[in-house]
Design a protein. Structure first.
Length: 202
């Protein structure tokens, strides 16, 4: 039974689509590595360029904008070896126009080392948070803390020890209080202290 014109057109269209997908797919295999393009990936979609070694090390680019660079043991990025590199020139730059930069050592140390180490926030509400499960250790010949409002709080113990120790208040008298002795000070500070001690009901 011969095909109708509509059936023949539909069949031709199916064949052309299948041929287009076949013609656009590229694969080249050599001992040790393979290169693919327009292959489908379950995790990242269509590949633009995918270089994969026999030991599953890779450099992959995907249509949706992802890039994966993977090695099985270690990876080194080396730059700045030319003699004409000046002091403030950028030898290696990592930028993210949008989104976060996440650096994580799952089972090892994260080490940042340089002649100077500078950590800045650019946003007007920017914060720097340092959190440790056990100890936060700082050591230097000179340590300076400066802020519009500076608070040092020890939930259980706070020790301040120095060869010589100075406490200076620029605007008001120095106030020293303890848990067993409530210093009245001014009325507002008394009310605040009493509320914290649950001795005052507003």
């Amino acid at each position: 039974m011969p095909f109708t014109q509509a059936q023949e057109s539909a069949l031709r269209r199916i064949v052309q689509e299948e041929m287009k997908e076949t013609l656009e797919y590229f694969r080249m295999s050599r001992p040790g590595f393979a290169i693919e393009s327009n292959a489908e990936s379950a995790a990242h979609g269509t590949t633009e360029f995918a270089l994969t070694t026999d030991s599953h090390q890779c450099l992959h680019f995907y249509d949706q904008g992802n890039c994966i660079l993977g090695s099985n043991k270690s990876m080194e990025i080396v730059s700045g070896e030319d003699d004409d590199i000046k002091k403030d020139d950028v030898a290696i730059g990592i930028w993210a126009e949008n989104g976060d930069i996440h650096i994580k050592a799952v089972n090892g140390k994260l080490i940042l080392e340089g002649n100077d180490v500078v950590v800045n926030t650019n946003d007007s509400e920017g914060q720097i948070s340092l959190t440790a499960n056990k100890t936060l250790y700082e050591k230097a010949p000179d340590i300076k803390l400066e802020g519009t409002n500076t608070q040092i709080f020890g939930k259980q113990t706070a020790d301040v020890t120095g060869g010589s120790t100075s406490i200076h208040s620029q605007a008001t008298d120095v106030e020293l209080t303890s848990g067993d002795q409530l210093e009245l000070g001014n009325v507002l500070s008394f009310i605040d202290a009493a509320q914290k001690l649950t001795l005052f009901q507003a």
